[in-house]
Design a protein around this ligand. Structure first.
Ligand code: AP5
Length: 184
């Protein structure tokens, strides 16, 4: 059973790799970005609040995201394992996650950091063209990643949980390396 956290800048392939691995390993893929986009599409209270931040490339306030992740981690289908994709996103969220995992009597096994050069990230995102994949928002998402999320690399390295992977290779090569790394 695997319980994994995927870290990486926008466009590094977190969602792509998490979806493939979750399918292959029959575990749950928990993407905070996807959950938030669904809330926006459904126009829930959470979605209405989150949209303001997402459109600007800013992080949605921690408490909103944490409540959403707590609800998800209490569901039965996560008992066979999970991948957290896009959460935690800052040190406060990582500390909250540690408490939340104690609540559900679980621990994370590894933290996968996908590394990709910035120019490649921008090319991939512009080619995808999601609502927040315009130049201005991408620039802000990358800044937010550097300022708030990248410090988690040291946070998890200090806990001996970090495994870094070259995410600039073709999708199937990254998946193959990922599988080797999580088994090692
Ligand atoms: P989120 O949905 O998490 O977006 P992101 O982190 O910006 O990541 P992306 O989905 O853009 O990239 P990815 O790394 O998943 O890459 P992907 O596989 O899609 O968050 C969106 C927003 O929600 C945030 O800005 C924030 O507002 C909010 N949010 C989410 N979580 C939050 C949290 N915890 N706290 C607060 N706010 C939060 O790939 C990208 C493209 O590249 C695809 O087209 C793919 O086909 C292609 N690609 C992938 N891998 C490769 C490869 N190896 N070779 C070639 N192409 C590739």
């Amino acid at each position: 059973m695997a319980r994994l956290i995927f870290l990486g800048p926008p466009g590094s392939g977190k969602g792509t790799q998490a979806a493939q691995l979750a399918q292959d390993e029959q575990i749950s893929h928990i993407s905070t970005g996807e959950l938030l986009r669904k809330a926006v599409a459904d126009k829930t209270d959470l979605g209405v609040k989150a949209k303001y931040y997402m459109d600007k490339g800013e992080l949605v306030p921690d408490q909103l995201v944490l409540d959403m992740v707590r609800e998800r981690l209490h569901k039965l289908d996560v008992q066979s394992g999970w991948i957290l994709d896009g959460f935690p996103r800052n040190v406060a969220q990582a500390e909250s996650l540690e408490n939340l995992l104690k609540e559900v009597a679980q621990v994370s096994d590894s933290v996968i950091s996908l590394e990709v050069p910035d120019d490649l990230l921008v090319d991939r995102l512009l080619a995808r063209g999601r609502k927040d994949d315009n130049e201005e928002t991408i620039r802000r998402r990358l800044e937010v990643y550097r300022e708030q999320t990248a410090p988690l690399i040291d946070f998890y390295r200090a806990r001996g949980q970090l495994k870094s992977i070259d995410g600039a290779q073709p999708i199937s090569s990254v998946t193959a390396v990922l599988k080797q790394v999580i088994c090692s």
